[in-house]
Design a protein around this ligand. Structure first.
Ligand SMILES: *Cc1c(COP(=O)(O)O)cnc(C)c1O
Length: 381
């Protein structure tokens, strides 16, 4: 085994393209220098189409959870009522953040592995007119579900005065989103998933409605005060020292997106999802999530006749290939394959092939190559 070879197939952190890795190695610059200003000035406009917004996209130096917390503390206050749509571990995280700030949380739970039903949300918000915010997860990373945020946004905008706040950490940059047109009030993502960077940056965009709400919201906040970031952005700077090396990397990531074309990026992710799903179907290994709710960035597999941990350990030990296990109630029940960012159909074929070998190693009866062949056929079709 090559000591420095690693195959990261988890839903974040994801692999870094070599050109991005190199860009991040550039010598440090002063964060108040003209060079830093020029960099910041050109990054934000290029993020807008990826979010589908005309509004500023704020760049925060922090992991994705800070952006979730930012969405909470800037828009709602202790004692306010909010609705959190929970489809897995990350919906649950929104609940915990809100509770930590003394916000009254209504939660609407969807069974793990399924997508939120907008009709149930409509009924719920009609009965609870005092909601100040509705929180949803676009891709629920713990189950591999892509929630119907376009439909959810329509329901929230039509039937309530609540802001619609979306965690897009594990899919923005890999799936289409039209924040302004759909009616999303706050959309956040992080750097270590579809953005092909290390953890350390988060991105937050807000609608006009949300900016207005923030101006009158009294929740104490300092580092996470979005208004502070907007003010700095008007001078092409940030309120605090940004992770400049990651910004160098981001500049290159945005070039890669531009070269491939975002539509092609989205198509590639969907294709990888279909290849993986067909591979497991060919082996009659169950998937957690139905096709119409499946995310193009992460796939959860729910085997019944082998141990998830045995598979993960064999993959790691023999091939240095890492896949993720299940979280919370799905621990030991599922494994998850990340296929986002710097991942291609060729990587997917390799991953499936290696998983087949590892399954034989742990004693599962299967026909070698059957999953690879199914994926190849999807690719060729
Ligand atoms: C990864 C992830 C986060 C953020 O996690 P951090 O570890 O704080 O970066 C938030 N939401 C979802 C859906 C995620 O997948």
């Amino acid at each position: 085994m090559l000591a420095d070879q690693q195959f990261l197939r988890i839903p974040g952190p994801s692999p870094i393209p070599p050109s991005v890795q190199l860009a991040m190695g550039k010598p440090m610059i002063g964060h108040r220098d003209q060079q830093a200003k020029s960099l910041i000035k050109q990054l934000s406009p290029k993020l807008k189409p990826i979010f589908g917004t005309e509004e500023d996209v704020i760049i925060l130096t922090a992991s994705g959870t800070a952006a979730l917390e930012m969405a909470v503390v800037n828009t709602v206050a202790p004692g306010d009522e909010v609705l959190v749509l929970v489809t897995g571990a990350f919906g649950d995280r929104f609940v915990k953040i809100c509770q930590a700030y003394g916000i009254k949380v209504h939660r609407l739970d969807t069974p793990w592995g399924e997508a939120i039903n907008p009709q149930l949300v409509e009924a719920y918000i009609k009965q609870n007119p005092s909601l100040k915010g509705v929180f949803a997860t676009y891709c629920e990373t713990s189950t591999g579900v892509l929630n119907p945020v376009k439909e959810l946004a329509a329901v929230v905008q039509q039937f309530s005065n609540a802001l619609f706040i979306v965690d897009g950490v594990s899919c923005i940059g890999a799936v289409p989103v039209k924040m302004d047109a759909w009616g999303i009030d706050i959309l956040v993502t992080g750097s270590q998933k579809a953005f092909m960077l290390p953890a350390g940056l988060a991105f937050v965009a807000a609608s006009k409605r949300a900016w207005n709400r923030m101006e009158s919201n009294s929740t104490p906040r300092f580092y996470l005060d979005l208004l502070r970031y907007r003010n700095s952005m008007q001078n092409d700077t940030t309120p605090f020292t940004p992770a400049l090396s990651l910004l160098f990397g981001l500049e290159q990531v945005l070039r890669l997106f531009e070269t491939e074309g975002m539509e092609n990026v989205f198509t590639r992710h969907k294709l990888m999802m279909q290849m993986i799903r067909e591979a497991f179907k060919a082996h009659h290994i169950e998937l957690l999530t139905p096709e119409d709710a499946a995310s193009p960035t992460v796939t959860a597999v729910k085997p019944t006749d082998f141990q998830v941990e045995a598979l993960r350990q064999t993959l790691k030990k023999e091939f240095q290939l890492t896949i993720a296990g299940g979280q919370q109630q799905l621990k030991n029940q599922i494994f998850r394959i990340g296929h986002m960012g710097y991942c291609s159909p060729a990587d997917v074929l390799q991953t499936i092939s290696v998983i087949e070998v590892a399954l034989v190693r742990i004693g599962k009866q299967l026909e070698l190559g059957k999953g690879v062949e199914a994926a190849q056929r999807i690719y060729l079709s």
